[in-house]
Design a protein around this ligand. Structure first.
Ligand code: HSE
Length: 433
């Protein structure tokens, strides 16, 4: 058994610095748990940092660090896809175990990276890539390994959750809250990945793969962000007993899997509806366990470093056992990954919130409900509000679950009615039962 485990940290941004600090703060505990001194021997950084322990080598030559004979585990926290991918592949080829927080890279290139790691007898760990400090990868891959997962639903983007929470609780507008999220450092300067749902779609593709045993298929995730959510709809949803959350869903259906990320009305009484601010939460419905919920910080230096170091600790156990690997990367042995189809958006099934803007004319509601009924759509609730100054009337309809293609057809027919003056606003609805 080695006395010392040597680690290289590539990238000294928020997460990399968090890892360096965590190792300093908790060195004794980590050594007591692992039986080793865990030392950072190298950091990869473009700019020299004077606040780093002078015994740690600093260099911008990431490839050289990744291949260094002294290094046992490489931590990639650079982010981005090109340099990070090259460095991880280089480390794998030099038989180094890798820990990464890079969900975009894994969602898009994970199949290749994991395949290569298996070929070279090393592990690529990625607990920090999904829901920050919540150990959801370990939970689904290991703690729930005896279960058949039916669905996973998660609030997996803290920035989006912060924005929707502020809109819901303080009646604030999207644009104003986004500016505040940027000022507070939650959202990136370019917040597209957060508010367009791409960050959540990256994370969802990882969750779906380990829940169902399917290859990573990010390009098949239906993805809609929160940029079109209107304060008015947040208020109407609240009046009807619902909260709008940005959720990622992975459902096992009879003919395939549904992978989707979008704003969703969920009942106020559900636990997920009460996950507020930048917090993340993931709910798993599995047999025989039933529903279980995991909650915590989805971002930030401490939470992410906690997940990164948990992976390092697991890898130390792998090194101690002198085994090439332990848990399969995607939770199922590679040759057993299933090619079950991912359903197209037309084939997805869910409830809907519809908001129509109509002229106050005789028969408009009758026409609307007739169209819904002719398309096999069951109405769950209907609410008409006072006319706007313009004389136009908002009508809100909640439906029971329906095939998306049927809803698309019904909406087209409703929009063709002379009394319907604007495109129908639609937001998906899930009861989470
Ligand atoms: N930008 C992400 C979020 C944090 O807002 O949740 C890291 O995944």
């Amino acid at each position: 058994m080695k006395d010392k485990i040597n680690i290289a940290v590539l990238g000294l941004g928020t997460v990399g610095t968090g890892v360096v600090n965590l190792l300093k703060d908790n060195a004794v505990e980590l050594s007591r748990r692992s039986g080793h001194d865990i030392c950072i021997t190298h950091v990869g950084t473009r700019r020299r940092r004077d606040d780093i322990d002078p015994t740690i080598k600093q260099s911008d030559d990431l490839m050289a660090i990744a291949a260094d004979d002294d290094v046992d585990i490489v931590i990639e926290v650079i982010g981005g896809k090109s340099v990070a991918k090259d460095v991880i592949i280089h480390a794998i080829k030099h038989k180094k175990h890798v820990v990464t927080a890079n969900k975009a890279l894994l969602a898009e290139h994970g199949n290749e990276i994991f395949g290569l790691a298996e070929e070279h007898g090393v592990q690529v760990r990625y607990e920090a890539a999904v829901a920050g400090g919540i150990p959801i990868i370990k939970i689904i891959r290991e703690a729930l390994a005896a279960n058949k997962v039916d669905w996973v639903a998660g609030i997996i983007n803290g920035t989006g959750n912060f924005i929707l929470t502020e809109m819901q609780q303080k009646n604030r507008r999207f644009g104003d809250v986004l500016k505040e999220a940027q000022a507070l450092g939650y959202a990136e300067a370019d917040p597209t990945f957060d508010v367009e749902g791409i960050d959540a779609a990256h994370k969802l593709s990882l969750l779906a793969s380990i829940a169902f045993g399917i290859p990573l298929q990010f390009n098949k995730v239906y993805c809609e962000g929160i940029t079109k959510i209107n304060l008015q709809d947040v208020v109407y949803a609240k009046e009807l007993g619902y909260t709008i959350k940005h959720l990622g869903f992975a459902f096992r259906r009879e003919h395939g899997f549904e992978l989707r990320v979008h704003p969703t009305l969920i009942p106020n009484s559900t636990l997920l509806a009460n996950v507020n601010g930048v917090k993340n939460a993931v709910m798993v419905d599995a047999h025989p366990l039933g529903q279980s919920l995991y909650y915590g910080d989805g971002a930030g230096a401490g939470a992410t470093a906690s997940a990164v170091m948990a992976d390092v600790m697991d890898l130390i156990y792998v090194i101690n056992a002198n085994t090439p690997s332990d848990v399969p990367h995607l939770a199922f042995v590679p040759e057993e990954l299933s090619d079950t189809r991912i359903l197209s958006s037309d084939e997805m099934t869910c409830g809907y919130y519809l908001r129509l803007t109509v002229k106050d004319e005789l028969g408009v509601l009758a026409d609307t409900t007739r169209i819904l009924s002719e398309n096999g759509i069951n109405i769950d609730a209907i609410m008409q509000r006072d006319a706007h100054k313009s004389g136009l009337v908002p009508v809100i309809i909640l439906t029971l679950p329906v095939l998306e293609s049927q809803m698309n057809k019904a909406i087209k027919e409703i929009e063709a009615l002379g009394a319907v003056t604007e495109p129908v606003v639609r937001i998906r609805l899930e009861s989470l039962e």
